[in-house]
Design a protein around this ligand. Structure first.
Ligand code: AMP
Length: 399
């Protein structure tokens, strides 16, 4: 069964066509600069064929159309007819409290998604555009919404409530929601396979360390706490996001730097994190290079990043009264052995012992980098959010 996975942004559309039986990627693509005259469409098949074209895609409907043409074209395609696509999985960033799991999309679900726009004003409208474009171009094919927030809906109130007047939770839904749930769930399942034990028996700390980064405490297969909050701005220091700061700093910075609310929000989201600290880049490859060349601020940025990860890992071990494995995933978690070392060094008290030699081999595949006698396993697991979305489609449709 072939499942199309769609991740729609405000001016972009990422897609993958997955054969769900063999859990095999058939083709994938990315349309960027939708709405501009010089949109870019990149496309690749699993056999290595790839192509890139500049065209003008005025909206998401035209992007879906361009995608379908490539997917079904005799030369470039992987399907002969559209009816080979049996279902579509949509990544939806925010499901609020309305959705604690993936769901078949109908008019009621779309209405509820629109009601969640306040909670994710940039992402949810784009996700809805992707859903509407697919409805128009591929009518009659079942569509499933898979939420970044759903996995964290199992958090207990003591973890998700902020210490603010309770009425604000009731009035505006102010609480911690958490994100990256699809990724945390995927690596949780892989970790269970690697450890040869059911997820329902495990205590895990999952570190999704990419440009956006979050940590999740997973107990018995369920998220019990996570570092992102009401928005994806809180928690860890990230590529360009500040992560958690003293809330009083916001008015202080606004006053001193004479910035508006919008400017300050953009400042915390786009100019802070390791980019702001280093003054060099949000990309860890650049920071590693600069730090290696003696740049003190690049080193500081890496140290701040890793120190925060270490603090969350320790906190969540306390919350769960133990841990079976620490998982590292996403761009930095999968590829950056220095960050993994900085996080896991001096954690013997918790039974965490990293094997330096194993840690050095960045192979891009699943590996256990703990020493043979380490009571807690340290796992590097490449995430695959698109595959998790396709698996969710399969589960929800029960096929
Ligand atoms: P993501 O958001 O998951 O794509 O992760 C992006 C981050 O991963 C960036 O900071 C990259 O510098 C980092 N990254 C990706 N590949 C590598 C690599 N081979 N070595 C070090 N960092 C990497």
């Amino acid at each position: 069964m072939k499942v199309l996975v769609i991740n729609a942004g405000s001016s972009s559309l990422k897609y993958q066509l997955i054969d769900i039986e063999g859990e095999k990627l058939l083709a994938k693509g990315l349309c960027e600069r939708i709405g501009f005259e010089d949109s870019v469409h990149k496309y690749a098949k699993s056999d290595g064929f790839c192509t890139e074209s500049i065209l003008s895609l005025h909206n998401h409907v035209e992007a879906i159309d361009a995608m379908l043409r490539l997917l079904s074209n005799e030369e470039t395609g992987v399907i002969k007819a559209m009816d080979e696509i049996k279902a579509i999985g949509h990544r939806v960033v925010h499901g609020g409290e309305a959705f604690n799991q993936s769901i078949i999309i109908d008019d009621n679900v779309l209405d509820t998604l629109r009601q969640c726009i306040d909670l994710a004003p940039i992402h949810n409208p784009a996700n809805i555009m992707g859903i509407e474009a697919c409805r128009q171009e591929l009518p009659g094919i079942p569509m499933i919404a898979v939420f970044d927030t759903a996995f964290h809906q199992t958090m207990p109130p003591k973890a998700f409530m902020y210490a603010l007047p309770y009425e604000l939770y009731k009035k505006y839904g102010i609480r911690k929601y958490g994100f990256h749930g699809t990724s945390h769930k995927f690596v949780m399942k892989r970790a269970a396979c690697m450890l040869g034990r059911p997820a329902e028996e495990l205590k895990l700390v999952s570190c999704h360390l990419g440009n956006g980064a979050s940590i999740c405490a997973i107990e018995n297969g369920k998220s019990v706490d996570t570092s992102m909050g009401f928005t994806p701005l809180s928690g860890l220091a990230m590529g360009t996001r500040s992560g958690t700061i003293d809330p009083a700093l916001i008015s202080f910075i606004m006053e001193k730097e004479e910035m508006s609310i919008e400017e300050t929000t953009a400042f915390l989201n786009r100019k802070s994190g390791v980019l702001g600290l280093s003054g060099i880049s949000s990309d860890f490859r650049d920071l590693l290079k600069a730090s290696g060349n003696g740049n003190v601020r690049a080193k500081l940025a890496i140290d701040v990043f890793a120190y925060r990860v270490k603090k969350y890992v320790s906190e969540y071990i306390g919350v769960m009264n133990g841990v079976d494995a620490i998982i590292f995933t996403a761009g930095i978690g999968e590829n950056n052995s220095l960050v993994r070392k900085l996080v896991t060094d001096n954690m013997e008290f918790f039974g965490i012992k990293c094997d330096c030699e194993k840690n050095k081999s960045d192979t891009g595949v699943e590996m256990d980098i703990s020493t043979d006698d380490s009571p807690v396993k340290i796992l590097v697991i490449p995430t695959n959010e698109e595959m998790e979305i396709a698996l969710e489609v399969k589960r929800v449709l029960n096929v």
